[in-house]
Design a protein around this ligand. Structure first.
Ligand code: GLV
Ligand code: MN
Ligand code: MN
Length: 470
């Protein structure tokens, strides 16, 4: 067979430089690669052939695990609802820790319940290569968002172990706590903390959920944050990881529509969220005549339409905005709303354009309050995050892995946010997308085929192997 895939030798050259050629016998990297491949590395073609044929995904077990994990849900199948630190979340975490143990990983947890499963490399003192995602699920969502990146990561480790690979840098699987903002309104809570957010450490001392249960109390009920109110122990030391790679369903339709197996993420769009409240006098729905009302519900309705208008004014298809929560108090058909509570999500790949939308929303909220004689009693920007770029070497490794596995791939941006957005602050980052049915996500119809998941796991495994030897 001729050398049809020159990228692999190129990658080896790039990763391991001339040292490999000059000191083959003594160099541990070379030795690991030779151990993995069974071939001397100056026969990269043979190495390439053999190692790839050894990468086999246990698709059946992986699908079974995805289905079993989906059963830890507070709503009936096919929907999944798994909220931070609830009983179902704790059981699901136990399920993952058990799988990590079965894969021979050493498991540890931090004070907020980020879970780490480590496979020691033969140079364990080097910064490790990490992968992972989340398993919490918003109300009435599906079973693949995040889960593919956790169970898929454990399976990628299994794939490498079965192939006989021995990592140079340690490989670590991470389950991130609360990527979804459902319970405490804070997205990517675990990865934000890992990335060293002092602001979040302070905020968590007083954060409460909708039932007024404090974050710390809830965390303790799940056996985390034991004696600590200060959660800065979670911060990662700079240089802990040499690379972080997350596998995830696309959550958009492009890969499926274009018949492409693998999306290689180059950037993650910038998310922001806002919480606000209007207050009026309320009153009897029959007795208070229209000229005398200051209806907090109508102020909310008007602002929801203003959000849509401001997003569309950006003129870019990449600007989006959603009023995902709109609650009225007291919530009785015959009572004029005296209070309305809105939560608004807005994103863009262009941070400045997204910020202009936020400013316009703030301006509209104040104006609507004046015009309608209600009070804007709260306007809080919960998060206003910058976008993140994937790192070139990791993009190169993911591209090379896809090519070597003969999988059609394309570069793309992520419109959804992910823990990778925050891991990018403390480590070079990359993301692998796989197609999902009609791009559905955050609803029970979310689906990814076993074949597409297996492709993603293989690309992840090969990428981790490359980065581990780097
Ligand atoms: C993640 O769940 C997102 O909302 O993008
Ligand atoms: Mn999600
Ligand atoms: Mn997700």
């Amino acid at each position: 067979m001729t050398l049809r895939f020159p990228q692999f030798p190129l990658l080896l050259l790039c990763f391991c430089c001339s040292v490999i050629i000059a000191h083959r016998d003594e160099d541990p990297v070379t030795k690991t690669m030779e151990d993995f491949s069974g071939y001397p590395i100056d026969e990269p073609h043979s190495f390439f052939q053999k190692s790839l044929s050894l990468l086999s995904v246990d698709t059946e077990s992986l699908q079974k695990e995805i289905d079993e994990l989906a059963a830890f849900s507070d709503t009936p199948a096919p929907s999944v609802t798994r909220i931070l630190y609830t009983e179902k979340d704790v059981l699901a975490r136990r399920y993952i820790k058990n799988l990590m143990g079965l894969s021979g990983l050493s498991v540890r947890e931090d004070a907020v319940g980020n879970i780490f499963g480590r496979w020691d490399g033969h140079e364990p003192e080097l910064p490790a290569v990490a992968t992972g995602s989340h398993i919490d699920a918003i109300p009435y969502s599906g079973k693949y968002d995040g889960v593919v990146g956790v169970l898929g990561a454990i399976e990628a480790i299994n794939v490498l172990q079965r192939s006989g690979f021995r990592p140079r840098r340690s490989l670590e699987v991470i389950l991130f706590t609360s990527e979804e903002p459902t319970r405490f309104g804070i997205s990517c809570l675990g990865s934000r903390l890992l990335a060293g957010s002092e602001v979040l450490v302070e905020a968590l001392k007083t954060t409460v959920d909708a039932q007024n249960r404090s974050f710390l109390d809830a965390a303790r009920s799940a056996e985390y944050a034991k004696d600590q109110d200060d959660l800065s122990s979670v911060f990662l030391k700079k240089g802990t990881y040499s690379a972080f790679v997350e596998l995830h369903i696309e959550q958009g339709p492009l890969l499926e529509e274009e018949g492409i197996s693998i999306g290689i993420v180059t950037a993650i769009a910038a998310p922001a969220s806002i919480k606000l409240e209007f207050e009026g006098n309320g009153g009897h729905a029959g007795a208070v005549l229209m000229p005398h009302r200051n209806d907090a519900g109508l102020a909310a309705a008007e602002l929801a339409l203003a959000v849509e208008k401001h997003v569309l004014e950006s003129g870019s298809i990449d600007t989006v905005g959603t009023v995902g929560i709109l609650e009225l108090h007291p919530g009785a058909i015959n009572s004029i709303p005296s209070k309305s509570h809105l939560e608004i999500d807005t994103r863009d790949i262009d941070e400045q354009r997204r910020n202009i939308v936020i400013e316009k929303i703030q301006h509209s909220a104040s104006k609507i309050a004046i015009d309608r004689g209600v009070r804007l009693s709260e306007f809080k920007i919960i998060n206003q995050d910058p976008p993140a770029l994937a790192e070139k070497t990791i993009i190169g490794a993911m591209e090379a892995a896809s090519k070597e596995l003969n999988l059609k791939h394309k570069l793309m941006i992520s419109r959804a946010y992910h823990d990778s957005l925050f891991m990018a602050r403390v480590s070079p980052m990359g993301m692998i997308f796989i197609p999902c049915y009609k791009g559905y996500s955050h609803k029970p119809e979310e689906y990814a085929s076993s074949q597409d998941i297996a492709n993603g796991v293989k690309v992840l495994a090969l990428t981790l192997a490359k980065l581990s030897l780097h």
